[in-house]
Design a protein around this ligand. Structure first.
Ligand code: KG4
Ligand code: ZN
Length: 350
């Protein structure tokens, strides 16, 4: 079927714009989590089901794309069904279906996007394409839907590290980003080097609890230079240190590395908030689950007299509630997405 014919079949919402009762079914399959969620009115999470493939990928020390796609294929129907049962909703109750269309692993994305389009066509409701990074911004707003703009978000995940100014829904400005490794990537690589396993972030977080954060003065890359980040040199500093000091405590190394990453993240976010005159600062992305980052972030916000918003840990890492939420706002701003919108591994927010 030609794309124009398919797009002319895109249904709208029966009542026009989405409202507080509009129920969006969200689907997330961009990496190694198969997730589905039912969210009403953009913020009321009725269910959020996440099936992690961590055990499947752990033996390889990282995500294997082909293994991820196959697992999504097996899990997508049961995960979708569970999210609807937990929310107590049936097909006719769903007003729109939103899915992550990118960025992510192409084979993995395709599973969620195809499922979302099939359900939207079956139920005759809108399909909504959601950018995964935009959804991470919305995770912080799930508990605080009435935030005042401008809002600054420190988005720290496995693939991205950025400071984003949010001037309104769908209105974003990039303030700074990593020039090399993402913060989560640095956690994962250092953890693998230290033999702490995969995923590295939670492993370092746990090991650091028993270590001394001041034991080793690792560098704080670009601490006083602008709003961009760089973590690859810090990772190399850890590797070199361990090679020269093989008997040092792994817990001290983990704690000292974590302290360096967190100090840079918090310092830049609070400086960006001051410079932009933002009314609030929020955290998002998997690394936002980090204990030290959460503690120091809230401490910095309190010291600076600025509102600080932390998503719950479950909403930091990949989930579909943030997709359904961002989908609701996207539906308000742009309406349904054409069914010709495909999965895009390199989809950009800016
Ligand atoms: O947002 P996310 O679930 O997936 C991406 O979009 O990338 O983030 C995953 C990243 C991984 O690098 C993981 O190691 C990191 O978040 N992470 C953590 C913690 N929990 C997850 N990093 C530090 N401390 C944690 N507690
Ligand atoms: Zn993510």
């Amino acid at each position: 079927m030609p794309a124009e014919t398919r797009d002319s079949m895109v249904p709208g919402l029966p009542s026009g714009d989405p409202g507080p009762d509009t129920l969006v079914l969200g689907i997330e399959t961009s990496c190694d989590e198969t997730a589905a969620a039912c969210v009403r009115g953009g913020t009321e999470v009725l269910s959020s089901v996440v099936s992690s493939q961590v055990d499947l990928h752990a033996r390889y020390g990282g995500v294997v794309p082909e293994v991820a796609s196959r697992a999504h294929n097996e899990l997508i129907i049961p995960v979708l069904a569970q999210s609807m049962v937990e929310a107590g909703v049936e097909g006719p109750d769903v007003d729109a279906v939103a899915a992550t269309t990118g960025p992510g692993l192409i084979g993995a994305l395709l599973v969620g996007v195809s499922a979302a389009k099939a359900l939207a066509l079956t139920w005759d409701v809108p399909f909504v394409s959601v950018n995964h990074l935009e959804a991470h911004l919305y995770a912080a707003l799930l508990d605080e839907p009435d935030l005042e703009f401008p809002l600054l978000v420190l988005l720290v995940s496995g693939g991205h590290t950025m400071i984003v100014e949010m001037d309104g829904h769908g209105d974003y400005r990039l303030i700074g980003q990593t020039l090399d490794d993402a913060a989560g990537e640095a956690f994962d690589k250092v953890a693998r080097f230290l033999g702490l396993g995969y995923p590295g972030g939670p492993a370092i977080d746990a090991a650091a609890l028993n270590g001394d954060p001041a034991a080793i003065p690792f560098p704080r890359p670009m601490l006083n230079e602008g709003f961009d980040f760089s973590f690859s040199g810090l990772k190399t500093a850890v590797v070199n240190y361990v090679r020269e000091n093989p008997d040092d405590s792994t817990e001290d190394i983990a704690a000292s590395f974590q302290a360096a990453v967190v100090e840079v993240l918090v310092a830049k976010a609070r400086r960006a908030a001051k410079a932009s005159g933002a009314k609030a600062l929020a955290l998002g992305g998997g690394v936002a689950a980090n204990s030290l980052l959460r503690e120091q972030f809230l401490g910095a916000c309190a010291d600076d007299g600025i509102q600080g918003f932390l998503p719950s840990r479950a909403m930091c890492t990949d989930n579909a509630a943030m997709i359904a939420s961002a989908g609701w706002y996207r539906l308000s701003g742009d309406g349904p997405s054409p069914l010709s919108t495909g999965a895009n591994a390199r989809d950009r927010m800016f």
